[in-house]
Design a protein around this ligand. Structure first.
Ligand code: NAD
Ligand code: AKB
Length: 319
């Protein structure tokens, strides 16, 4: 991994992965692209950045060719709630974006990282201890694009020898960049409300349990998987990984240990509730542990302390 392209570089993951990779590989060797300019000016100023649509195959191919890119982190996509609001657009961006990247990777011999999601599972999937290899019949457009994405990555590996690797991320929690339109966004929103000294109106039911992960663990997992010995990987793509599993009321209780007067009430959004109800409660990530040594550092208590340490607003009321 010498010359790197990151798509979706200004999103929740990209805005943290881009500076991390620039630190490790040199600022000029990591090119970010996204359809919107970075919120954090450091991303645009910290190294090469191009504003473009992921479906613009000509512009992407030129960047890869001219910069001799050897590794692509393909993060650009529409997330679950945004995708349900415009399913045709989600198919176009998530599928044609990925196909463009895979075709370029085939032509220029690039490795590709593709993030899948708990959204790749559906109502018929076993929700507890969800196996690595199991029933995948999602009923959301986001989930459909993730399953097809996983299969496309396997196809390009098997038939064209492209080194495709990927993870099924749970909901990611971070403080640097807000999440981009997902079902698990409630968790990040809850922290910001609490840190402002406000109550929070949660769009999922109090007992909706989902897998979650703190961003430092997600970034470590990406780097560890991409550095893993190819000979030790039997799955390549779509590894289940998780760090914790909790409900909105358990997260609220953990935040209340730091901010006792924090309160949550529940105003359910039926669309996002239906999406959450179709996802696993807790995935089995033993394949990732066995094949490339995955383990998480942050549990619920450690993540909550670290989040609240980093989010500060003038009105924050401390315990
Ligand atoms: P995000 O929404 O924060 O970022 C995605 C980025 O893609 C945005 O900056 C957006 O501007 C860009 N983008 C969207 N359409 C584009 C287009 N047509 N052309 C160029 N750029 C475009 O999402 P994220 O949380 O950073 O997620 C990145 C990837 O990880 C996605 O594939 C997502 O499905 C996956 N993932 C994320 C989570 C999570 O909880 N954050 C969990 C599982 C999987
Ligand atoms: C979403 O809620 O859409 C994402 C995800 C789990 O894929 N956070």
């Amino acid at each position: 991994m010498n010359k790197i392209l990151i798509t979706g570089a200004t999103g929740q993951i990209g805005s943290e992965l881009t500076p991390l990779l620039r630190q490790r590989h040199g600022a000029d060797n990591v090119i970010g692209v996204d359809q919107r300019p970075p919120r954090d000016p450091a991303i645009a100023a910290g190294g090469p950045f191009h504003e473009l649509d992921i479906r613009d195959a000509t512009a992407l191919e030129r960047i890869v060719r001219e910069n001799k890119i050897d590794t692509v982190f393909h993060l650009a996509a529409l997330l679950s709630a945004t995708a349900e609001a415009d399913p045709q657009m989600a198919w176009d961006i998530n599928m044609n974006g990925l196909l463009t990247i895979l075709e370029i990777a085939r032509k220029y011999c690039c490795a590709v990282f593709f993030p899948s999601s708990i959204g790749a599972f559906g109502p018929q999937t076993p929700p507890e201890n969800t196996p690595q290899d199991t029933i995948q019949r999602p009923d959301t457009m986001y989930g459909i694009t993730k399953v097809v994405g996983e299969l496309l990555c396997d196809y390009y590996h098997k038939h064209y020898g492209v080194d495709t690797r990927g993870l099924r991320f749970p909901g990611l929690i971070s403080y640097k960049t807000p999440p981009g339109g997902g079902t698990t966004d409630y968790a990040v929103e809850m922290f910001h409300a609490a840190a402002r000294g406000h109550g929070y109106s949660c769009f999922l039911k109090p007992d909706t349990r989902l897998d979650m992960m703190y961003m430092p663990d997600a970034l470590a997992a990406i780097l560890q998987l991409m550095a893993a010995d190819l000979n030790h990987l039997s799955h390549h793509n779509a590894f289940n990984i998780t760090a914790m599993s909790f409900t909105p009321e358990q997260l609220a209780a953990a935040i209340k240990k730091h901010i006792p007067d924090f309160s949550v009430h529940y105003r359910i959004d039926p669309i996002r509730q239906a999406i959450a109800d179709s996802w696993p409660r807790h995935m089995n990530d033993s394949a990732a542990r066995e094949e490339w040594g995955w383990h998480s550092e942050f549990d619920l208590a450690a993540m909550v302390s670290d989040m609240l340490e980093h989010i500060s607003y003038p009105k924050r009321r401390q315990a």
